[in-house]
Design a protein around this ligand. Structure first.
Ligand SMILES: Nc1ncnc2c1ncn2[C@@H]1O[C@H](COP(=O)(O)OP(=O)(O)O)[C@@H](O)[C@H]1O
Ligand SMILES: Nc1ccn([C@@H]2O[C@H](COP(=O)(O)OP(=O)(O)O)[C@@H](O)[C@H]2O)c(=O)n1
Ligand SMILES: [Mg+2]
Length: 213
């Protein structure tokens, strides 16, 4: 264990982890958008064409439940209610995944989902995203997609979906606004068919790659 970092919200990481991430020169793109907007689907395409590693915060939390971790029951209850798990838990999982992977380019999907997620990640990891890919999609379309997703998820039922939409509007959109003010948001019309959405996504990532990043 290294020295605890002297920064707000940082008591749960170590200087070792921050130093190792810095040493790796890790580059991060946040992928945001409402539930069902197509984040996971498009991340798989980006991985294939642009060589990023995809880290879905939701997938990491679901894996943590399955692993029988001491936080498992708490995480499971929060997901069932559409609530956002405390940053400490999610950031630890993201940090571990980034350190265990040999790649230096990560798509962080579904994070940061609220102001606490955003500020804590910045304070703890000292990583600023290269940009934020934002999938803009009407609620009716997202609802249709979630109800047809069929992945056996506890939270893809109409009652939880409504709660997730409310959390998205109240807590997650302000994070998009925050990055928009910094000129970091790349917005995509996500209501179109999968291939059309990826055409727009490709333009954004091609421009990013050209800049030598
Ligand atoms: N552009 C699209 N048009 C129609 N269906 C889509 C589109 N993108 C994704 N889907 C489908 O919608 C569901 C939700 O997509 P997913 O990528 O899991 O979204 P998110 O990760 O944002 O919740 C999946 O069943 C997926 O196959
Ligand atoms: N940063 C995050 C991301 C997800 N989650 C939880 O995980 C659930 C599912 O997230 P997800 O990203 O897999 O969901 P989708 O937007 O892909 O449908 C969320 O509704 C939250 O309960 C969280 O607490 N914090
Ligand atoms: Mg997803």
């Amino acid at each position: 264990m290294g020295t605890v970092v002297d920064a707000p919200n940082a008591a749960y990481t170590t200087m070792d982890a921050v130093g190792r991430l810095k040493e790796k020169g890790v580059k991060v793109v946040f992928v945001l958008g409402g539930p069902g907007s197509g984040k996971g689907t498009q991340c798989a395409n980006i991985v294939r064409v642009f060589g990023f590693t995809h880290l879905s915060a939701g997938d990491l939390l679901r894996a943590e439940i399955k692993s029988g971790s001491e936080n498992g029951t708490m995480i499971q209850n929060m997901i069932k209610e559409g609530k956002i798990v405390p940053s400490e838990v999610t950031i630890k999982l993201l940090e571990k995944a980034m350190l265990e992977n040999g790649n230096d380019k990560f798509l962080i999907d579904g994070f940061p989902r609220n102001e606490e997620n955003r500020a804590a990640f910045e304070n703890v990891t000292k990583i600023e995203p290269e940009f934020v890919l934002f999938f803009d999609c009407p609620e009716e379309e997202m609802e249709r997609r979630l109800l047809g997703r069929n992945q056996g998820r506890d939270d893809d039922n109409i009652e939880t979906i409504r709660k997730r939409f409310k959390v998205f509007l109240e807590s997650s959109l302000p994070v998009v606004d925050y990055y928009n003010l910094k000129g970091k948001v790349r917005k995509v019309d996500a209501a179109k068919p999968i291939d059309d959405v990826f055409e727009s996504v490709k333009v954004i990532f091609s421009n990013f790659s050209k800049k030598g990043a």
